[in-house]
Design a protein around this ligand. Structure first.
Ligand code: PLP
Length: 407
């Protein structure tokens, strides 16, 4: 009889779960006393590592002062104001504003609504088409499910949100064609700066700039989903800055609090805000827990800690170390290739990665299998010694892969 907990993205009948009981830095412990190197930063989110007293104390202190209070007008709170300023200041939209919610999925659905809403307010109600890319992952609410380029995640739920059109991942000409065929109807293009959960695919040179240009030419908005890339992962605060492209709307979650409390959000450009700030207009979307002071306090403390420890500036060093290790695995014939940027990579095995992932867990390393690849996305505090352990373990485990021969 499985437990009462119905796990997300898991076989519903699965029974063999590992009970994690403690975490510190990049190390996890289970209830059997086994330890693991968390080379996925939990689920792509724990930038500062686990167990950081600075965030824990800030959350506890905020709870004692004001545990929770809503932020629908006329209410606000100091941590929400502070986190909104910190996020906007680090983004390409220091004069924009930040809409808060509780997850990446909520952020994506909110951004899609805001994009369509802005066109409605501008007097272009026919602009409803959203262009999505193959292999994109945008969360699991209905908007994000419709925006996904991973077919399996879209199937089996009945009808999704209409007016989504898919283009092949790297084909800028296809975007141009869809824009031309839907002249005056495209509301937005949604893209991750570097695709993450769909397999870790960095954009081809000039691709994102091409999207920006096409959006400008055809009057569409550019939404960048920064849920994985945001908050240092690429070596800049946001992937948009790493790739030198300014989107109109940016969704974020995960790294904003390093996961210590759930927070998501949408950064809106000044031009978008100008439309929303029309006198008499009420933004009729938002969540009970938007700007939740305890969650916001976690974000403020996390960003302060990242700044203090220079974690964004540390990413080029991590990139050197991680690519060095991956190149060595490739040279030894243990992986076929690798791809990624900053502190997020996929090691391409060329055969189903599920069994290798389980053997890595047995050897004390957590990675994520995505089809035939293993994703690496360590906390930004990972030490050189821990990176050494990661690659030594991968080398040992991949050398003995019995399923390799079956590929
Ligand atoms: N968007 C992107 C790019 C993501 O990677 C994810 C989660 O991995 C989401 C949205 C959904 O975020 P959440 O799981 O917090 O709803």
């Amino acid at each position: 009889m499985p437990s009462k907990f119905l796990h997300p993205f898991s076989p519903a009948a699965a029974e063999d779960f590992i009970t994690i009981v403690r975490a510190e830095g990049c190390t996890l412990w289970d209830d059997q006393g086994n330890r693991y190197l968390d080379a996925l930063a939990s689920l792509w989110y724990c930038q500062v590592g686990h167990g950081r007293a600075e965030i824990i104390d800030a959350v506890a202190g905020q709870m004692r002062l004001l545990d929770a209070y809503q932020t629908f007008a006329p209410f606000t709170n100091q941590p929400a104001e502070e986190l909104a300023s910190m996020v906007a200041e680090r983004s390409p939209h220091p004069d924009g504003r930040v809409f808060f919610c509780g997850s990446g999925s909520e952020a994506v659905d909110s951004a899609l609504k805001i994009a369509r809403g802005v066109h409605q307010l501008r007097g272009e109600p026919h602009r409803q088409v959203i262009i999505r890319r193959t292999d994109a992952y945008h969360g699991t609410n209905f908007g994000g499910t419709s925006a996904q380029g991973i077919a399996g995640n879209r199937e089996g739920w009945g009808d999704l949100v209409p007016h989504f059109v898919e283009v092949p991942r790297d084909d800028i000409e296809a975007v141009s064609t869809v824009m031309a065929a839907n002249e005056g109807k495209v509301a937005a293009v949604i893209t991750e700066p570097m695709q993450g959960a769909g397999g870790v695919f960095p954009p081809q040179d000039g691709y994102l700039r091409g999207l920006r240009r096409l959006c400008d030419q055809h009057g569409a908005l550019l939404i960048m989903d920064e849920v994985i890339c945001g908050f240092g992962r690429t070596g800049q605060w946001f992937g948009a800055q790493h790739y030198g492209v300014v989107p109109d709307l940016m969704t974020f979650a995960k790294g904003v609090t390093s996961g210590y409390q759930p927070v998501g959000g949408v950064i809106c450009s000044r031009e978008v805000c100008d439309v929303l700030e029309q006198p008499g207009l009420v933004l009729r979307t938002g969540y009970t827990y938007a700007g939740h002071p305890t969650c916001m306090a976690a974000g403020v403390a996390n960003l302060a800690l990242m700044e203090e420890e220079g974690l964004v500036e540390r990413v080029p060093h991590l990139a050197d170390k991680l690519t060095e290790g991956l190149a060595a695995l490739q040279a030894d014939g243990l992986i076929r290739s690798y791809r990624g940027a900053g502190a997020v990579y996929a090691a391409e095995l060329g055969y189903d990665a599920a069994a290798a992932r389980m053997r890595l867990l047995g050897a004390g390393v957590v990675l994520r299998p995505i089809g035939t690849a293993l994703a690496l996305c360590p906390p930004l505090v990972i030490t050189d010694h821990e990176i050494g352990t990661l690659f030594d373990t991968m080398a040992d485990v991949l050398a003995e892969a019995p399923e390799k021969g079956e590929a």
